[in-house]
Unconditional design. Structure first.
Length: 116
């Protein structure tokens, strides 16, 4: 589903059109472009809500966002990759799954011993 700027502002009530345009210009939100202007999808809306939380609820300064947003993006990418890896392991024969889990526990245990 796609939304224009006015629809986004109507959906995210704590957002002004001016703020939305600034966030797009800064690259914090990256909507698709159409002949009629920017087009936002559900992922864009979720990111806009996150930005509202960070800026308005947590009072995070604008100059911190270029640091925070790439870290959050990387965290979400890592979660997607781990989910895919988990699905791949689940498709393996039971013996392979058990070996992978045991190896993970050995490695993870070693890491916890060093860190903690």
């Amino acid at each position: 589903m796609s939304f224009d700027e006015e629809t986004v502002v109507a959906q995210v009530r704590r957002l002004s059109l001016r703020e939305l345009r600034v966030w797009v210009r800064e690259g914090w939100v990256r909507p698709a472009q159409s002949a009629r202007g920017p087009v936002f999808d559900n992922v864009d809306i979720a990111r806009i809500r996150l930005l509202c939380d960070l800026r308005k609820d947590m009072s995070l300064p604008a100059d911190a966002l270029p640091v925070i947003l790439p870290l959050l993006d990387r965290l979400h990418q890592t979660r997607r990759e781990l989910k895919s890896l988990s699905e791949a392991v689940e498709k393996q024969p039971e013996e392979v799954r058990q070996t992978v889990v045991a190896t993970f526990r050995n490695i993870h245990g070693d890491t916890q011993d060093r860190d903690g």
